[in-house]
Design a binder for this molecule. Structure first.
Ligand code: UTP
Length: 300
């Protein structure tokens, strides 16, 4: 049996993309700051990292980085105003995001793709495995994913990616994996990856979603990775190189996720996330569900 490796502690959250699918909302605001009910999407993602035991968070930011940094910092003026009003409940809501721990920031400069964003984390991460959580990808906190990926990496080494079955008509929107089964039912060994394939050429309809646990060998591979699809340095291309040659950084495993996930960078998915999470909230849910029911039955 393989000896367990030390638990990983670093999380990298890329949030420097242009968010063009969400223009004009994202003209002056990062898409990761768009609210999902009453919290910005990125706060759910940082909370997920911290809850999985990853206390060292590095955010990759770009233009318009101020709102991200401000959100995770104290706001003394606002806190003082709420304290004076005796509004303890809102005060603690405001403090939640600044109490999540220390967040480090690095700027990407030109948004040259997800692979390039991750390469910006190399000096901070050093030579240890680390997690990557895409800042616009929400995983429902009730459906644990990242902590299991960390456990799999600890046992098997190498890198672990998250896969989700999608309708074959949707494969052109994702990186897609070729794989073979392992002795664990929902864990596969990834043998190849293709970024945004045509449906006829897709190796499967299992798509890569925004959670990764990566071996630091990925940095060396990314440095050698030329711009791929869309002229961007693609993380999928680097993972394909790792999967094709396990000698570089160990095997690449995939954990097949069957839980709830929302791509908040996509307008339709963003709306679905808000409706679902609002319906499930104890404070807002009862009124909102009643309104939604009458809206759907009477006006649609
Ligand atoms: P996307 O491909 O969804 O980001 O990247 P995008 O380019 O911002 O989106 P559209 O297609 O123009 O709407 C997934 C994640 O990677 C980050 C994004 O911020 C997002 O969290 N990213 C992407 C970077 O940090 N840098 C990049 O150069 C590209």
């Amino acid at each position: 049996m393989t000896q367990a490796r030390p638990r990983i502690s670093k999380a990298v959250i890329p949030a420097a993309g242009l968010g063009t699918r969400f223009l004009p909302a994202t003209k002056a605001t990062p898409k990761e700051m768009l609210p999902v009910v009453d919290k910005p999407a990125i706060q759910y993602v940082v909370e997920e990292a911290v809850n999985a035991g990853l206390s060292d968070v590095l955010m990759i930011t770009g233009r318009n980085k101020r709102p991200l940094e401000d959100h995770f910092d104290r706001n003394y003026e606002l806190e003082e105003a709420l304290r004076r009003k005796g509004d303890e409940s809102r005060l603690s809501r405001v403090q939640e995001s600044s109490n999540l721990g220390t967040i480090h920031y690095v700027r990407q400069g030109d948004p040259r793709g997800l692979g390039h964003a991750i390469l910006c984390a190399a000096p901070h991460v050093g030579n240890e495995p680390f997690a990557v959580l895409l800042g616009d990808d929400l995983i429902d906190a009730r459906d644990p994913l990242l902590s299991r990926m960390v456990d799999i990496q600890r046992l098997r080494g190498g890198s672990v990616i998250a896969l989700m079955e999608v309708d074959p008509s949707q494969v052109h929107l994702y990186g897609c994996a070729a794989f073979k089964p392992t002795d664990i039912e929902d864990v596969v060994e990834v043998t190849g990856l293709v970024e945004k394939p045509d449906p006829a050429e897709a190796p499967s309809n299992y798509a890569v979603i925004g959670r990764y646990v990566l071996d630091p060998a990925v940095f060396e591979v990314l440095r050698e990775t030329p711009p791929g699809r869309g002229g961007e340095i693609q993380l999928t291309d680097a993972l394909q190189a790792l999967a094709a040659e396990p000698g570089l950084g160990g095997p690449v495993h995939g954990l097949v996720f069957k839980g709830r996930r929302y791509d908040t960078g996509d307008r339709g998915d963003y709306l679905r996330a808000i409706v679902r999470l609002a319906c499930e909230r104890e404070d807002l849910g009862p009124d909102f569900r009643a309104w939604l029911r009458s809206y759907v039955t009477e006006e649609m």
